[in-house]
Design a protein around this ligand. Structure first.
Ligand SMILES: CCCCCCCCCCCCCC(=O)SCCNC(=O)CCNC(=O)[C@H](O)C(C)(C)COP(=O)(O)OP(=O)(O)OC[C@H]1O[C@@H](n2cnc3c(N)ncnc32)[C@H](O)[C@@H]1OP(=O)(O)O
Length: 255
């Protein structure tokens, strides 16, 4: 059953949820500053009322291009063979009522954003801001996501064509309500979450899934110094908030 609540969960409840994810699955939360850089406001976090965390596997593999990436635990991180992060990523989020689309359900654009961002993170584990961009995103909406749900976007990269600058990824948005509740019986089959991302598990509630093609840009778009980069990012925040609808406003007051 999805964990539902009309209002934003407390910061303590959210932190507890993220801590449980980290502990149980050996993940680590990616500091926003390191992901987006100090000059890049985190618009997705804003749109999601700041109840969003980017979790990467605390794992490494020696060859990013290998299709069957090896997933290992935090303790393997010091391995001398280890060179790059595995091509997988998880975004954990709480989707509140400011993201309403259909009655009682989350707007499809917000769902697409989560799926897109998770594949983007998996595609670009070194967080190069001028790296890959989404060329194509195909989303299947399987079930309405109830407003007030904890969700996980589980993403992985399944193919790369470096010479052609192309990278293919998939992501699945699943219900994570069971993790948010203090219960030992977790409905999610996420013993190894990134492996779980590769195949559906019968007991998991899948809200949506997506496939995407990311392409490495041939030329970096021109930027005119930090100021204009900041302006562009702020415009992006505004446009996404606008896109997410007028209901996005009340939460600002509650921050
Ligand atoms: C968002 C969340 C933020 C917060 C969380 C932090 C997470 C961070 C993650 C952030 C993630 C956020 C991500 C975002 O939000 S990115 C923002 C949304 N995306 C864009 O704005 C992209 C705009 N488009 C472009 O820049 C160009 O069109 C690109 C770069 C994509 C290609 O133009 P370019 O002229 O340079 O390339 P090319 O023509 O040589 O083509 C190269 C190859 O690609 C193939 N191809 C190209 N297009 C398509 C297509 N549509 N379908 C199928 N195939 C396509 C093409 O056939 C060729 O293949 P081949 O012939 O070699 O086989």
């Amino acid at each position: 059953m999805a964990f539902t609540e009309d209002t934003l969960p407390s910061l303590e409840a959210w932190k507890c949820f993220v801590r449980r994810l980290e502990e149980r699955y050996g993940l680590r939360e990616v500091p926003r500053a390191s992901w987006l850089g100090a000059q890049r406001p985190d618009f997705l976090s804003h749109a999601l009322q700041q109840r969003v965390a980017y979790l990467l596997p605390a794992a490494v593999c020696d060859d990013l291009s290998q299709k069957e990436a090896r997933f290992c635990s935090i303790s393997d991180q010091s391995s001398t063979e280890a060179k790059v992060a595995v091509p997988g990523a998880i975004i954990a989020a709480y989707v509140g009522r400011n993201l309403q689309g259909p009655s009682g359900g989350v707007h499809g654009g917000a769902i697409a954003s989560l799926l897109d961002a998770s594949i983007g993170m998996a595609t670009n584990p070194r967080s190069d801001p001028d790296g890959y961009v989404t060329a194509q995103l195909v989303v299947n909406y399987r079930q309405i996501v109830p407003l007030g749900s904890y969700v996980l976007a589980l993403a992985y990269v399944h193919d790369r064509e470096p010479a052609r600058r192309k990278c293919y990824g998939m992501s699945r948005l699943v219900d994570a309500g069971a993790l948010a509740q203090s219960t030992d019986t977790c409905a999610l089959q996420l013993q190894r979450p990134l492996e779980a991302a590769r195949r559906d598990t019968a007991r998991e509630r899948v809200y949506a899934d997506a496939t995407a093609l990311f392409v490495r840009q041939r030329h970096r778009p021109e930027t005119h110094g930090e100021r204009s980069l900041q302006t562009a990012a702020v415009n992006r925040v505004e446009s996404v908030s606008g896109f997410l609808g007028a209901q996005a406003r009340p939460w600002r007051a509650s921050l």
